[in-house]
Write a protein that binds this ligand. Sequence first.
Ligand SMILES: Cc1cc2nc3c(=O)[nH]c(=O)nc-3n(C[C@H](O)[C@H](O)[C@H](O)COP(=O)(O)O)c2cc1C
Length: 257
Amino acid sequence: MPAGFSDLRDFISILEANADLKTIKGAGWDLEMGTICELNHEREGPALLFDEVPGYPPGYRVLAGAMWTPRRSLLALGLSTELDTDEALTAYEERVAAYRPTPPVEVQTGPIYENAFWGDDVDLLKFPTPRWHELDGGRYIGTGCAVFLRDPDTGRIHFGCYRVMVHDRNTAGLYITPNKTGAIIRRKYWERGQSCPVAVSFGQDPVLFLGAAQYLGAKNKRELVRYELVGHMRGAPVEVVREEVTGLRGRVPTARG
Ligand SMILES: Cc1cc2nc3c(=O)[nH]c(=O)nc-3n(C[C@H](O)[C@H](O)[C@H](O)COP(=O)(O)O)c2cc1C
């Protein structure tokens, strides 16, 4: 694959190897991480990896700004960081123009199941989710996330980047604006009086995030299948498992600690 990595842990290593990552220990979840990110962004600083967040065990990390700069987006896409902005845009457009649908491959299992919690053991509050901005209504766990839904008419999986806020230990809110494909799919369930199953990934291969956030615009382009686009952009099929609760397919991180 052109990017030379297959999950977020690999990408963090690549950022580290390129001296484009700074680890910050001890910053608090309530506005402190958000403020540091904002200042760092104004200075076009490195990606930030927060660890040892007060009140949480070491290793419960938050990565911010993974693709904030053109350079880090180039790294994510496996393109040369020597390209200037015009060259980078051209290289990106050329890759999109050469689009060859690259379907996902289904695998039996993956590390996604290494830390599985069910029923009363589910606790969203165990993660150091930041309150990023002072006027935020809560703590957003889903900012650079991917939300997966199945169109009940076609059976096709769609995913998009839609914000997710933690409400309590086992409730999260999901905001999708009404014009988005995700909202159209969700409405189909609700009009039938059914709940709409979703699976959410927080912390995935950055190309999957790019695919989730990519605005495909006009209605006819909604037919473009995101997994196949992401597979093309990263030069290798996305590996997926069938998720146990919803039956949806989700991205499998590779088998590393
Ligand atoms: C960081 C980030 C956060 C986003 N948050 C939301 C959100 O909360 N709700 C939403 O509808 N779109 C949000 N978007 C935009 C959608 O991800 C984007 O428009 C995507 O193309 C939607 O796909 P769809 O129209 O196929 O559903 C966000 C995008 C990014 C990059």
